[in-house]
Design a protein around this ligand. Structure first.
Ligand code: MG
Ligand code: ZN
Length: 216
């Protein structure tokens, strides 16, 4: 039996816009109108879906859940936003099978935001915040596969997304997003091995994976 291909996609700045007005999506009641897909995301996802034995999951760090200054951005709300993103994709003919989110904030993050108040119960060095592998393992488990019989790709707009892939001996693909400058340089410092690719958009990322899987 051929191995499976697990493709994990970041949410903010990768599937949907992530600029100032989109920050901490779900913190107010007008979040639905702020869910805007990035160019070529649908086309890219359709290419990914056509790769034999492939499955896509969304994995997203949502530290905003840990911020008590956003009382509306509860875990339930964050889950609602993720479900809505998946539904909207499905309505457009592009399917992502499920999602996992990390609601935690690290101490380092808390210290970097002295004016922001956090829920102490959600401040911790968890195992799910990318580049940790918790959410990738959840996706593997949901598919009943292991890293030994699956190829793992992580697509995202930050070096931490690429690092997540490297941490599981997978392949990391960066699609730089203009509001996150410097990520391309960071990724180049992670090395230039065949496990890293920088793509212009989701279509280029998807074509890279398709080509890789065809020749494997
Ligand atoms: Mg992102
Ligand atoms: Zn976490």
């Amino acid at each position: 039996m051929a191995g499976k291909t697990l493709i994990c996609l970041d949410r903010d700045g990768t599937l949907i816009y992530d600029s100032r007005e989109h920050l901490f999506l779900g913190r107010d009641e007008s979040w639905r109108s702020k869910v805007k897909f990035l160019p070529r995301v649908m086309e890219g996802l359709k290419i990914l879906a056509a790769i034999p034995h492939s499955v896509c999951y969304m994995i997203t760090n949502q530290a905003g859940v840990a911020i008590t200054d956003y009382p509306l951005l509860t875990l339930e709300r964050a889950q609602e936003v993720c479900s809505y993103v998946l539904e909207e994709l499905k309505n457009r003919g592009a399917e992502i099978k499920g999602y996992f989110l990390c609601p935690h904030a690290t101490l380092e993050y808390v210290h970097s935001k002295p004016d922001v108040r956090f829920d102490p119960a959600l401040v911790r060095e968890c195992a799910c915040l990318k580049p940790a592998l918790g959410m990738v393992f959840e996706a593997l488990e949901a598919e009943n596969i292991t890293p030994d019989n699956a190829g793992v790709y992580v697509i995202g707009d930050r070096a931490s997304d690429v690092q997540t892939a490297l941490n599981i001996q997978g392949t990391g693909i960066l699609i730089p997003f203009k509001n996150e400058p410097g990520q391309e340089d960071k990724v180049k410092k992670l090395g230039r091995d065949p496990h890293i690719f920088i793509a212009r958009d989701m279509v280029e990322a998807a074509e890279f994976i398709r080509g890789r899987e065809r020749s494997s």
